[in-house]
Design a protein around this ligand. Structure first.
Ligand code: KG4
Ligand code: ZN
Length: 332
């Protein structure tokens, strides 16, 4: 089955055609990052306008590269949320138009669930259930138990800032100038030869019995540390990264053990973080259980995993009921 998917939740306009949920036939991504670099963050209206400009050329290019004709596409999939409403609407309405024009089923996809399915692309053997998934992105941090496709149980998530958001805000605090603070902060942290501040920042909720996270206090602690002491930026960045990764690894592994699952899946932009990848891998190796982490190219937003999600959770719905929903949660 060939699914053409469209993703436009934020500042990437993406289309992809994926066969049977795992084989990428073509993928095209346009991004408006350059525009947002100038303003130091995404301006929703600017992102939406750019989505409008890009959507038709992106779908066109994706179809052309696949060498398929519309008659060889079996279904259309689209991200319906969460994200920026203006951006989402562009993708959702374009997908509806395409589904009507080509007379194809349309499958609505949750962007957060999509991040998990980045682990199914070109993967052999595929992840098995039950599994724990940790989704760490710019706007969300969710820990879920997957009983099967279309069968998610929410275990916990952030009570305030998402992991990526904490990286981005802390990067700004440390005067690390980059549109995406996460990778820039991580690069700075890698320059630290020895973390002389080890343990000086809190590891919020690390010993709590729940599976929730909280990162806003950590950011405030960094602010105080910077204001009150004179430490090299790379050392503060390193200690901050250690603190976030300590909490993510400890609580995720606790869930893996408690639910006796067969594997762990990471997803979302922060899954590109080298320290998180390495330490999660070491911890899963100790348990002798497989860890699935998408390649870096599939950690950020794209339409490939939207197609994969649609295939494994195949659920076409009446086109008139499909609506963009900026505040969708991972369970919706
Ligand atoms: O999933 P994503 O591309 O977009 C959303 O759906 O939010 O995630 C973007 C987030 C940003 O906060 C970015 O700073 C963070 O992922 N990120 C990283 C790294 N690469 C991206 N955070 C830490 N380390 C990285 N290497
Ligand atoms: Zn995302």
């Amino acid at each position: 089955m060939n699914i053409l998917a469209i993703e436009s939740s934020c500042d990437e306009t993406a289309a992809a055609i994926v066969q049977d949920g795992i084989k990428v036939l073509s993928s095209t991504i346009a991004t408006s990052t350059e525009l947002h670099e100038k303003t130091g963050g995404v301006v929703p209206e600017v992102a939406a306008r750019k989505q409008l400009e890009s959507i038709v050329p992106v779908i066109d290019d994706c179809l052309l590269k696949s060498n398929l004709t519309p008659s060889e596409i079996d279904a259309i999939a689209v991200t319906v949320g969460p994200g920026l409403i203006g951006s989402l609407l562009v993708g959702v309405e374009s997908a509806k138009a395409l589904a009507v024009a080509w007379n194809k089923p349309l499958i609505p996809v949750n962007h957060l669930v999509g991040h998990i399915y980045a682990n199914f692309i070109n993967t052999d053997p595929l992840p098995t259930f039950p599994a724990i998934a940790l989704v760490v992105s710019g706007g969300h941090t969710d820990l879920v138990l997957l009983h099967g496709h279309n069968n998610l149980e929410y275990l916990g998530g952030t009570l305030d800032d998402a992991a990526g958001e904490a990286f981005d805000k802390t990067a700004r605090l440390l005067n690390i100038k980059a549109y995406l603070g996460g990778p820039a902060l991580s690069k700075k942290a890698a320059e630290c030869v020895q973390n002389t501040l080890i343990g000086k920042l809190p590891r919020p909720k690390i010993h709590d019995n729940d599976f929730d996270f909280s990162f806003s206090g950590l950011k405030s602690a960094v602010r105080r540390m910077v204001e009150e002491e004179d430490n090299p930026i790379e050392t503060v960045a390193c200690e901050f990264e250690n603190a976030v990764v300590d909490v993510l690894v400890k609580k995720t592994i606790k869930a893996v053990k408690k639910y006796n699952v067969s594997c762990l899946l990471l997803g979302g932009g922060v899954a590109a973080n080298t320290q998180l990848r390495t330490r999660m891998k070491n911890s899963m190796d100790e348990l002798n259980l497989p860890l699935f982490i998408p390649p870096l190219s599939l950690c950020g937003d794209n339409a490939i995993y939207i197609a994969s999600t649609a295939y494994f959770n195949y659920n076409p719905v009446d086109i008139s009921t499909i609506k963009a929903n900026p505040s969708l949660t991972i369970l919706d």
